[in-house]
Structures are given as C-alpha cells and as structure tokens.
Write a protein of this length. Structure first.
Length: 457
C-alpha cells in the first residue's frame, strides 16, 4: 500500500506540520495561559481587536499558527512578511499600501516572522506606521525581544510569551495527525500511545519537530500486517538522539549557565550536574564551562576552600588536553566539588568595595613610606621614609599603614568564617588587634597562627 494512496495530491506535497496547522482557536493546542477560555489574547482575537504585538517563544510552539488563526479571524487585510527574504524596499511598498488603506477606513495586519533578523534600520521603518495606526504589527521571534527588538518599537507592542508545549499537548497533536484526513487518517496507521509519548518527549515541546518525527516514522513503517505500523524498531531509528534546545550564542546559553552557576552556589550537586549535561549535550564548548568554574571557585568559594581554585584550573587543563566526550567526567567532578564546597563571596565583595572607592574617591598618591626609592632624588624627596621591613621585626609585622590617609581604617576583606576561611578570619582579627593596639600579643604568636594558647584570665 502506498502512503500517498487516497490522499489529496496538494496535501501530499506539504510537510505534515503544514497540513495539520490549526485553522482556528478550536483546533489550537497549548498556551492555555494566552488563548484558553476567557484569556486576554483569545478575547482580542475573537473580538477582532488585536493590538500590535510580539509573539516570543522557542521554535514550534505556535507563533506562526497564532498569526494564521488571526488571519482567518480578522476582517482586516492580513499581510504575511518574512524577515529572511525581504528588505527596506518591500517594507516601504507594504507601508504605502497600508497607509492608503487606512485613509479609506481599512486596517492592515502585518505579520513579520523572525522579526529579530531585521536590523535596526529595518525595524525603524515600521515605527511611524505603527504609531499612526497604519498597520497592526505582529512580530514573531525565538530571541529575547528585550535584546533583539528596538526599544521604541517594543514599547508600542504587547509581548506575549509562548512556552514549549507540554507532553500531553504534543500527544494530542500527534493523535490528531494519525486520525485526521489532512494527516494519515485514510492510511489506518497503527501506533501505540506509548510510542506517541516517546515522540512527544523526544520533541522537547516543539510541535513541528514532533509532527516531523511522526511523519518520518510513518514513512519507514512496517507494512507486514497490511497497514503501516510504527514498531519499536522503527521508532528507535527515528528518535536515536534527542534534539536539545540550546543556542550557544543565544539566550538559552545564558539561561543554562546561570542555572548551573546558581545550582552550585546553592550547594545542589544534582541540579548542577543536570544543567552541566544540558550544556554539554547541546554542544557547548567545555572550555567555556571550565572557565566559569574557575571564576566560581574564587567568586563563590574563595578562601573557604583554597583547593577549589587549584582543582578548577586543573580541570580546565584536562578539558583543553582531552576535549569532549572524555572531559565530561572531569567537568562533573569540579561541578560536584564546587557545589559541596563551603561558600564565601568575600573575595568578590572585597574587590567590589575597593573598586567603588577607587572609582568614587580622589586618587590619592601612594604613601611615601611604601614607595620605592631607587634614585638619590627620590630618597631626598622622602620616598620610602618610615618604611619598616616586616622581616626585620621580632613580630614579623609592622604597625605601618599602607593605605592612603583618607582610607585609613577602611575594611575590604571580611572573611565569612566558613570552611578554611574560619582560620583566615581568626588570623585577620589577630593582625588587626595587634596593629590597632588592642593586644600586645604578636599576631604570628597567637593561636590563630599555631602559637601557644593564651592562659585564661
């Protein structure tokens, strides 16, 4: 039996996802927050009172489908426009027709697919026509409009966020494609609910991907029973590797590295390893992850565990020398280690405090006592005068100040007291107490530095 037998020849030439595209809201699946009964966007569409809008979401979640539903529902002229194939000239021609239509009392709805592909000048060309009401603009984008759509244009559009479809939504679409005459309804395709669930999971919330996978499975179906049957073997050949949604240069890249970083900071190794796997399986450069771990080792662990930085830099070397997939286990090791390490952000806070003073206060000269004096003139100008060489003192420390006068007494490094930083905190207190005259016990003789314990009073 031929797969095209009994099907409309015009439909056969189209991909399944195109044939099964919903024609109205009653066929639309998913995005209940937007188009469910009584929801804002649904009311706008049903009342034909839509504003200019941006539809933002990952591929295959219904952005173009919603535009088509609006096209079928509106009494306005609907113009479909592609940012991939069109330029300024085509924009101006459409805008001129839309303006003429407005003067005659008509409305024009302009759908721009992949609006993020337009540059600033091209996006600016829409602005005056949106402002004066010549067009109702519907832009669709997979990229964050905050970064990819001009702020002036964005401020005149309502942004609707579409999410990846749930597993049940995808199964509903797949089952419809199996029984609907626009799909495979006339073929009697045999497929289990379990197989449809596997396709849904494999498709990662992408309806186009799900329908494309189903179409491939039907094309390779087993006909031994007389009807096309999607067996386990057929299905396995079609979903051998999951297509993870991951753009190494786009927003998802930053979302997932943020998730990895915050999972480690929150001492959650299970979540951290999961996000690590999402990045690596999506094709991320392991050296990028290793660099972020090196940063984390000082920013979020610091002296609470000095070994964290040593291990992180060692893992970077391993990634550089081995590459993927061999280095995956090394990255897992450092991610788990960092997640379970005691945490301290004292290093970052110390630098931020010092940088703020460097930027907002007068740039005072280096105190004379800690300047080098390699020439006679510099010595005559008192460079180095009053400097105490710490190693020449019995205490191995001097009470000499090393900060500019206006910053005397400023505190930048404040240890957290966790892990190994507890020792740093005790040592720093001993140094500050001695330097500021609160004790006569030399700091390096104190218990904080391994000296004898002081007798109790």
């Amino acid at each position: 039996m031929s797969l095209v037998e009994g099907l409309d020849p015009e439909l056969v030439s189209q991909p399944l996802a195109s044939r099964m595209r919903p024609r109205d809201l009653s066929e639309f699946v998913g995005q209940e927050e937007l188009v469910g009964e009584g929801r804002l966007l649904r009311q706008m569409i049903e009342n034909d009172r839509i504003p200019s809008m941006i539809l933002w979401g990952p591929p295959g979640v219904g952005k173009t489908t919603l535009a088509n539903v609006i096209a079928n529902a509106t009494k306005a002229e609907f113009v479909n426009f592609s940012a991939v194939t069109s330029g300024i000239k085509e924009i101006k021609e459409i805008m001129a027709r839309a303006e003429e239509g407005r003067r005659l009392g008509g409305r024009t709805v302009l759908f721009v697919d992949e609006i993020h592909r337009f540059n600033k000048a091209q996006q600016d060309a829409f602005l005056p026509y949106v402002e004066q009401g010549s067009i109702i603009l519907i832009g669709a984008t997979t990229e964050n409009p905050s970064f990819e759509v001009n702020s002036a244009l964005l401020s005149r559009c309502k942004v609707f966020v579409l999410k990846g479809l749930a597993e049940d939504d995808l199964v509903t679409l797949l089952r419809r494609a199996v029984v609907d005459e626009r799909g495979f309804g006339r073929l009697g395709v045999q497929v289990s609910d379990e197989a449809l669930k596997k396709i849904a999971i494999f498709s990662n919330g992408d309806a186009r991907n799900a329908l494309g996978t189903l179409e491939t499975a039907v094309a390779n179906a087993d006909f031994s029973s007389g009807k096309p049957t999607i067996t386990e073997d057929v299905l396995a050949s079609c979903i051998s590797r999951k297509a993870l949604m991951y753009d190494k240069t786009g927003e998802e890249h930053y979302n997932i590295i943020s998730a990895l970083h915050k999972s480690m900071r929150n001492s959650d190794p299970d979540a951290a390893v999961y996000w690590l796997a999402r990045m690596l399986e999506g094709g991320e450069d392991p050296l990028y992850i290793a660099r972020r771990c090196i940063r984390f080792a000082s920013e979020d662990v610091g002296l609470a565990d000095p070994n964290a930085l040593l291990l992180a830099t060692t893992v970077w070397d391993a990634c550089h020398n081995l590459g993927v997939p061999e280095c995956n286990v090394h990255l897992t090791q450092i991610v788990v280690y960092l997640a379970l390490a005691p945490k301290s952000n004292a290093m970052e806070k110390a630098y931020i405090r010092a940088a703020r003073d460097a930027q907002t206060r007068m740039a005072e000269p280096v105190p004379l006592q800690i300047r080098n004096a390699p020439t006679r003139l510099m010595r005559e100008l008192d460079y180095g005068k009053g400097y105490t060489y710490a190693h020449d003192t019995d205490e191995k420390i001097a009470r000499m100040s090393c900060l500019p006068g206006s910053l005397e007494g400023r505190r930048y490094y404040e240890p957290s007291g966790l892990g190994a930083e507890a020792r740093m905190k005790a040592r720093l207190k001993a140094v500050r107490d001695w330097r500021e005259g609160r004790t006569e016990t030399p700091p390096f003789s104190s218990p904080a530095y391994g000296g004898p314990a002081q007798p109790k009073a």
